[in-house]
Ligand binder design. Structure first.
Ligand SMILES: [Zn+2]
Length: 327
């Protein structure tokens, strides 16, 4: 489904089959000569069909299309290689997430270390093996490496008469970028701010406190004048400040949940995740392995936050890693 939200700014809904996110909101900014497509979908036929149908109905020739990838997740960048038909097309991404996107295209062996990193936190060898074929980042990544135009905080793009300011909004991923259009006070928030669901905040290699980064990014947007937030999933957000306050409260509740679990004694992240509250229906034991991966990542980001706040500590015990409250 496509919907013109502002003159030349079109929302394109891309289905994400069998994924709890259900749908990606991609946004196309139509210009006189070149157009910009913000995010695009998993590399799977259902997404490609929806995107091609939308672009055709908008009369957009692929050779006139440039791409903005807000972050490394495959539901945002998976179709880029298939849609990018011309060497003249620019593919904008942050330096950090651009490197990670190209790493996903190099196959599971390149990811083995990252997937096995959850074993000391309670994942089994078997679960790590399942992930190497099942993790959406690997399964639905772009068909081949991409040649990026690296962009970052403070850079500006012009499309369709709109000026788009690029902002570093790291947290959900280490290099997540959002776009702000000051003329109409529109924020293309990607997965920084979502309307009906909360963005997954996970631990990332070489990031000390990704939840802290995420909260800082929200604080940056909270100070801005935003009339309408256009998120990458679910419904548009008319009251951005209210939604930010709800997200702060959500993570404070989550942190309290983790504090209470640690108060009962030190434990692994897997055990913390198994006892946290999740929106997904069913028992923890029945969660698919990729969902358990995301849940453990979320538990770790909250544990890392408590470590950064000086409330908890991470200890290696033989081959396992446990977290406990500081005394
Ligand atoms: Zn994402």
């Amino acid at each position: 489904m496509i919907e013109e939200l502002f003159p030349g700014i079109i929302k394109i809904e891309v289905p994400l089959p069998k994924n709890p996110l259900r749908m990606l909101n991609a946004y196309c900014i139509k210009g006189k000569e070149r157009h910009l497509l913000i995010d695009n979908g998993f590399n799977r036929p259902e997404c490609l069909e929806a995107m091609n149908g939308a672009l055709d109905s908008l009369g957009i020739a692929r050779k006139d299309l440039d791409f903005f990838l807000t972050h490394l997740h495959a539901d945002h960048c998976g179709l880029t290689a298939d849609l990018c038909e011309s060497g003249d097309s620019k593919i904008y991404a942050s330096a950090l997430d651009g490197v990670s996107i190209n790493n996903t295209t190099r196959g599971p062996s390149h990811w083995a270390g990252f997937l096995r990193s959850m074993i000391p936190h309670g994942f089994s060898e078997e679960q790590a093996a399942i992930l190497s074929s099942n993790h959406p980042a690997i399964r639905y990544c772009p068909s081949h490496e991409l040649d990026f135009v690296t962009v970052g905080h403070g850079d500006v793009l012009e499309y369709g008469g709109y000026t788009l300011h690029i902002l570093d909004a790291r947290g959900h991923t280490p290099g997540l970028l959002v776009l702000y259009e000051p003329g109409n006070k529109i924020l293309f928030s990607s997965d920084l701010i979502l309307g009906d669901i909360t963005p997954n905040i996970a631990r990332w290699p070489n990031v000390r406190d990704s939840l802290g980064d995420f909260l800082n990014s929200l604080a940056m947007v909270e100070k801005m004048d935003v009339s309408l937030t256009l998120p990458a999933h679910r419904s548009l957000v008319p009251d951005t400040k209210k939604r930010i306050r709800e997200l702060y409260a959500h993570h404070e509740r989550r942190l309290n949940e983790v504090r209470e679990l640690l108060a009962k004694g030190p434990r692994q992240a897997y055990d913390v995740a198994a006892h946290m509250t999740w929106d997904m229906r069913g028992e923890w034991e029945d969660f698919p392995v990729p969902q358990k991966w995301f849940a453990c990542g979320e538990a770790l980001s909250h544990l890392d936050r408590l470590v950064a706040l000086g409330e908890a500590e991470e200890k290696t015990q033989g081959e396992t890693i446990v977290f406990g409250l500081k005394r």
